[in-house]
Design a protein. Sequence first.
Length: 368
Amino acid sequence: MPFFDFLSGEFIDVIHWVDDTRDTMVSRFERQGHAIKYGAKLTVREGQAAVFVHEGQIADVFMPGLYMLETNNMPVMTTLQHWDHGFRSPFKSEIYFVNTRRFTNLKWGTKNPIMLRDGEFGAVRLRAFGSYSVRVTDPARFLVEIVGTDGDFTMDEISFQIRNVIVQEFSRAVAGAGIPVLDMAANTGELGKLVADDIGGTIADYGLSLPELYIENISLPPAVEAALDKRTSMGLVGDLDRFARYSAAEAMTTAAAQKDGGMGAGIGAGMGMAMGMAQAGPWGARPAAAAPAAPPPPPVEHVWHLAENGQTSGPFSRAALGRMVTDGRLTRQTHVWTQGQDGWMHAEDVTELAQLFTVMPPPPPGAP
């Protein structure tokens, strides 16, 4: 082979990487038997970082910019610098391009229900799902801890591990937050931020960060949701006796209007229903005793959070706050907050709590 052809094959003037995919996190610059020319230009675009690996060790990390590979302390060894080896260098430098942009719209979800204890429903099971984004913040650490020598590393290769971390931290956060199940939908933003903060330290060891985490839905098992729907419907109906009469009247009208069975069948069905209503209604000779109306669902007890010296505690029930008043741990000037309250307020300014400071015991026996 002519000497000129050999030299032209050795020269690589520009080193750069253009990503035409949406999930590639790391791509190795393929040498294909060519050495990197002394004085070559390294182009690192915005949203990228270039990691130089020389003789198996990370030598340098280049952030976005244009670099001339011409200084003697660069970890770039070309075959042209080693004539004594017949243009065959014993050294080899590799370049890994790391994608540092955000990888968005990644999905997470609980594979199995999460068990927790709720103040109103007792032991319940929850499922949740949402989305998150991730980005590489430390290219060198990410290369060492996760990528290794993989020359084409994609987001799919690490998303499963991140999802496991998210589900674990979500389970811990939702169990320790003390938020009632029926109020969780109003606190998904707070829960998402809490989970993202807790995950930050774990994935930082991978050289990653979690800029965003969203909880899109928190749901109960279908059987529990059906029971809640039925309970809600009962609350909307109110007087069940009046509702039963109205339903019977509607059924009688529908049966009387039926044409498939003929006029006689429709009238007979309507008369049968009317007789049944007569036995249950007030116009019958011996009306049956009306069933008592179902009591309304018990009110949801408020729980309260306290703020002292820049720190929050809680939630506490009203009974617990009463004991804290007796112990002196809750005063009139203590700041309190509960769901639906507009900001922090002094305890004495909250009607429900002000009574705790005004109720005094009767005088002791024998007092004048």
